[in-house]
Ligand binder design. Structure first.
Ligand code: ATP
Ligand code: MG
Length: 420
């Protein structure tokens, strides 16, 4: 052990578990790649003001969870706590919205940072894969994104997740609801902090997880009853489109989510095996965000799925991903001449796309076979001077233990056909 440990609230991804993380990222990205979403990568930090405006001054993310820093040059930066504001900033900066037809569809994958109280499923450094469709107001687009996230989870073999769906209204109907909700909340018995929240972000009070608060919220006015005709119609279309594709969801009239910029469609993916950190991903429509960060009106919709919690969900369901073995063939040379020949052979196999590894470090036969075993390789190639003199190598099936002599000139094709 070194003198240092991973910082509080973080953990390292190490083999073999790290392979699952890669597979999860890939499984989430696959449906996006085949649906017209292009990959985007933005810096790990941004001007702090982007998040203050883009995520919202009244959110926990901005007020409590952001890692902020002042550079030696005096710039005020923040490690990115989420992806949407950065992606929209980058799309606007590159004029993607002017370059082609709308929507601009993008996906991303990366690390995010929030100063939170660490616990299972809640870390200070975590990983998300996200998707954003920028510049179109179309219920089919909201539906597409929900369906793609659903498909990703299904492709991983997850079953016990639920989709919660709600509409948050728009600039026309939300203010009316907001005022009604504020009136209601002011009549409740709430602590100081929550009272303050009534003024700055009353919808978030609905999200309060405490029983004492939830009990009092029983009779709260619901946004559903305040939706304007446009929002009501839009929401009905989204529901219809996802239902038509067999995607099951639950209406959650209290779902608000943490970010200020959501309008209309809002949704969350929850997994029931995760305890209190049950949200594995979420998203929604954010029609006002572009203007909030100085851009033109660009109605958009997106989501972000948490990779860490998705991995925990797989564990909770006991799903084991069918991961390809890291190494298919392991070469064990006996003696100097064999080292040269097998090292070359390993190179050849790799060029042919076969995952191959080699017994490094001048090990004896026993230690080398142990290494072959540990590598998970399906086949070991063993060769000593006598084999080479005969122009053969020994090919050992690591599962059955059977061994056969194969001419050196045929070993690559033999392995290829055996591996299929
Ligand atoms: P929560 O209510 O659990 O705090 P959130 O609303 O802050 O979640 P989002 O901002 O919607 O989460 O982020 C999308 C997803 O990213 C979450 O559903 C979750 O899977 C993941 N996520 C968010 N914060 C963390 C964290 N601190 N550690 C691990 N994963 C996280
Ligand atoms: Mg949070």
């Amino acid at each position: 052990m070194s003198t240092f440990k991973a910082p509080k609230g973080t953990y390292d991804l190490i083999p073999p578990a790290s392979a699952t993380y890669l597979a999860v990222r890939d499984a989430i990205a696959t449906p996006l790649r085949r649906s017209g979403y292009g990959y985007i990568e933005t810096p790990g930090f941004e001007n702090v003001e982007l998040f203050a405006r883009g995520v919202g001054e009244s959110t926990d993310i901005v007020t409590k969870e952001m890692y902020t820093l002042t550079t030696k040059g005096g710039d005020e930066l923040a490690l990115r706590p989420e992806g949407t504001a950065s992606v929209l900033r980058a799309a606007l900066e590159a004029n993607l919205h002017k370059a082609g037809s709308l929507p601009v569809k993008l996906w991303y994958s990366g690390s995010y940072y929030r100063y939170e109280r660490p616990q299972k499923g809640r870390y200070r450094h975590f990983s998300q894969v996200g998707a954003e469709a920028i510049g179109a107001e179309d219920p089919a687009l909201d539906a597409e994104l929900i369906i793609l996230a659903h498909d990703a989870y299904r492709s991983l073999g997850l079953r016990n997740f639920r989709i919660l769906l709600n509409s948050l209204g728009d600039a026309e109907c939300r203010p009316v609801y907001r005022a009604a909700l504020q009136d209601f909340l002011r009549g409740l018995d709430l602590d100081e902090d929550t009272r303050r929240r009534i003024d700055i972000n009353p919808l978030r009070v609905l999200d309060d997880k405490r029983d004492a608060v939830q009990k009092q919220l029983a009779g709260a006015p619901l946004l559903r009853d305040y939706l304007c005709d446009g929002c009501r119609e839009y929401h009905a279309r989204v529901r219809e489109l996802i239902t038509a594709q067999g995607v099951v969801f639950e209406d959650d009239v209290k779902l608000v989510r943490g970010l200020d910029y959501y309008t209309r469609t809002t949704f969350e993916f929850v997994h029931d095996g995760l305890g209190s950190q049950s949200a594995v991903g979420g998203g929604g429509r954010y029609d006002g965000l572009s203007e909030m960060i100085g851009g033109p009106a660009l109605p958009s919709v997106g989501w972000a799925l948490g990779v860490d919690r998705t991995v925990l969900a797989l564990e909770a369901e006991g799903v084991r991903l069918d991961l390809p073995d890291a190494t298919s063939v392991f070469a064990v040379p006996l003696g100097e001449e064999a080292r040269k020949v097998l090292f070359g052979l390993v190179g050849e196999l790799r060029k042919e796309g076969v995952a191959a590894d080699f017994a490094y470090g001048g090990k004896g036969l026993k230690a080398a076979m142990k290494a072959a075993n540990r590598s998970g390789a399906r086949y070991a190639i063993v060769a000593g001077e006598r084999d080479l003199a005969e122009g053969v190598v020994q090919l050992k099936d690591m599962e059955s233990g059977e061994q056969e002599s194969v001419p050196l000139t045929k070993i690559v094709t033999t392995i290829q056909s055996k591996l299929g």
